[in-house]
Design a protein around this ligand. Structure first.
Ligand code: HEC
Ligand code: HEC
Ligand code: HEC
Ligand code: HEC
Ligand code: HEC
Length: 410
């Protein structure tokens, strides 16, 4: 009896220690995949380049440079939110392979890894490290330079630099925009930043058959139909212009990559309406807000689990005071410890309509005179912002919809 108890006690203790450790251990929320375990090699710098800086490209491709400069890609390193989060997470080498993906943007060279999961790299100082290039984040060469050639969609041979034809333009995005999470202790429905997986899943839902993104033998992601992902169609709008001053005019893609940081882009993905329903009784009124993801092939919002929308419906009196309020949040809720579990997801899948309503008595005092609906987009989760100590200077949320319907004007 006592022996049984002792064994049981030991088991309970072991489980407690294990769970305790799961609460304090460093948390690696994604898997280091083959695609991004090493930085992009710049061993061969083709003529006429010297440093591979975006400024060198600007000498001939000024418009592309001007557009890129306005995007978060050009700030993927200097972005203050990234910088704080990066340090909070222990300044891991792996983060650099997507945020500053060229080897010469990084202070160290990765010689190999001490652990199987590849979170503990063996490093040596990088003699070619270029701090100016580092500040360019996801710079031109990150997407365009491979093995000493410039990848381009035309495969032209009348260029001052060697060119190789891009196999598939959307493949460029897949490299960094799918961060995997398929490990024994992770139960993500979508990997973090799983924009690509969301598109695949939404398609499967339409066909009513499950189609998770498959994985190749070496661990790299195999997206069955990359061309159909459409990333560049929505994020790099077409325009007719020359690649270089005085060059041939043709359809090219603007390097704009608008997303959560751009209110107009988020608004373009949403259709929102506030309407009054048939009154449920002579004493009551009811209003419905409908919100549909009409413009994004993935969920809206997408990207890091931080991003979310809030919907608020308010009943106001004659002085604009709030008499009643209904609030909702559209976001992914993830349990991070002791195991990573995707609990629920109230974001909008492609094409999905969601409705929220508010019902109230018209007999109250003071009398209600208006209903107002406000929808806001948030870049950063407030709890997380506080936890990591991100002292925001720039706005981290903005309104995407506000409408007031006034009644009882007597
Ligand atoms: C995040 C990846 C990415 C970055 C960064 C990037 N490009 Fe591109 N670029 C692309 C893709 C994808 C295409 C192919 C677009 C298409 O389908 O035509 C492209 C096409 C081009 C083209 C050919 C014209 C066209 O639109 O097809 C030029 C020129 C070009 N890029 C120059 C630049 C310059 C200069 C920079 C830096 C200032 C830069 N790119 C940064 C992804 C990128
Ligand atoms: C000295 C001028 C010059 C510089 C510097 C230059 N390019 Fe080009 N690039 C050209 C010309 C010329 C073309 C061909 C234009 C055409 O076909 O109309 C071209 C074409 C391209 C294309 C399309 C290739 C294709 O056929 O699909 C890409 C992509 C590109 N450049 C990227 C870059 C990047 C990235 C840099 C900087 C690392 C860069 N270029 C620097 C002159 C330049
Ligand atoms: C080398 C890695 C890399 C590649 C390749 C890449 N991205 Fe990104 N992208 C990033 C990183 C890192 C960020 C976030 C930067 C930040 O916010 O600090 C980002 C952010 C974005 C955003 C968010 C903008 C916002 O407002 O927050 C969009 C949209 C985007 N990328 C689209 C694309 C598309 C489309 C492609 C393919 C043409 C692409 N990216 C290729 C690394 C990459
Ligand atoms: C049918 C148009 C459409 C397609 C196709 C599309 N997107 Fe988007 N994307 C949007 C819209 C609209 C938004 C802004 C609303 C939002 O954040 O969901 C957006 C936002 C984003 C963001 C911003 C997230 C953030 O954190 O700020 C990223 C990253 C992104 N898309 C990546 C991609 C990638 C990668 C692909 C291809 C695998 C893709 N998108 C395909 C329309 C599209
Ligand atoms: C496989 C590529 C990849 C790796 C590795 C990676 N990131 Fe990112 N990161 C991205 C992309 C792509 C985005 C844009 C996602 C989105 O749509 O929000 C991003 C966005 C972010 C953002 C949001 C920035 C903003 O402006 O809102 C933060 C913070 C961030 N990453 C931190 C990290 C940290 C810390 C690490 C290392 C532990 C890391 N990332 C590793 C690709 C990567």
């Amino acid at each position: 009896m006592t022996r049984k108890r002792a064994v049981l006690g030991l088991i309970v203790l072991a489980v407690a220690v294990f769970l305790g450790w799961r609460f304090v251990r460093p948390m690696n929320i994604f898997i280091v995949e083959k695609d991004f375990e090493r930085p992009v090699s710049t061993a061969i710098i083709p003529e006429p380049f010297e440093t591979l800086s975006a400024k060198e490209c600007a000498a001939c491709h000024q418009e592309f440079y001007d557009e890129w400069s306005t995007t978060i890609h050009s700030q993927a390193w200097t972005d203050p939110y990234f910088q704080v989060d990066f340090r909070f997470d222990g300044s891991q080498q792996i983060c650099k392979n997507c945020h500053i993906p060229l080897d010469r943007q990084q202070e160290n060279i990765v010689l190999g890894f001490r652990d199987k999961d590849k979170w503990d790299p063996i490093l040596k100082p990088n003699p070619d490290f270029d701090p100016v290039l580092q500040h360019e984040g996801v710079t031109c060469a990150a997407c365009h330079l491979r093995e000493g050639k410039i990848l381009g969609p035309f495969g032209s041979d009348e260029t001052p630099h060697p060119v190789q034809k891009m196999e598939n333009v959307n493949q460029t995005c897949v490299k960094c925009h799918v961060v995997g999470g398929d490990r024994w202790d992770t139960f993500f429905r979508f990997p973090p930043c799983g924009t690509v997986a969301e598109i695949t899943a939404t398609k499967a839902m339409k066909k009513r058959e499950p189609q998770p993104p498959s994985r190749g033998n070496s661990g790299e992601k195999v997206v069955e139909d990359v061309a159909a992902l459409g990333c560049v169609e929505c994020h790099m709008p077409l325009v007719e212009r020359a690649l270089v001053k005085g060059g041939k005019i043709r359809p090219v893609r603007q390097h704009l990559w608008r997303g959560g940081h751009d209110p107009e882009m988020v608004k373009s993905g949403l259709s929102i309406n506030l309407l009054e329903e048939t009154p449920p009784s002579s004493e009551k009124r009811k209003f419905t807000l409908s919100i549909t993801n009409v413009g994004a092939a993935h969920y809206l919002p997408t990207g890091t689990p931080d991003r979310h929308l809030t919907v608020s419906l308010r009943v106001l009196d004659g002085d604009g005071r709030v008499l009643e309020e209904e609030s909702h949040t559209l976001k992914r809720t993830i349990l991070w410890r002791p195991f990573i579990i995707d609990l629920w997801d109230t974001r909008l899948p492609r094409g999905q309509l969601r409705t929220y309503d508010i019902e109230f008595s018209v007999a109250g005092k003071p009398p209600p005179v208006a209903v107002e609906a406000v929808v806001r987009y948030f870049l950063v989760d407030e709890k997380r912002r506080k936890r990591i100590g991100y002292d925001k200077k720039e706005a981290t949320s903005y309104e995407v919809f506000r409408q007031r319907v006034t009644f009882n004007k007597n």
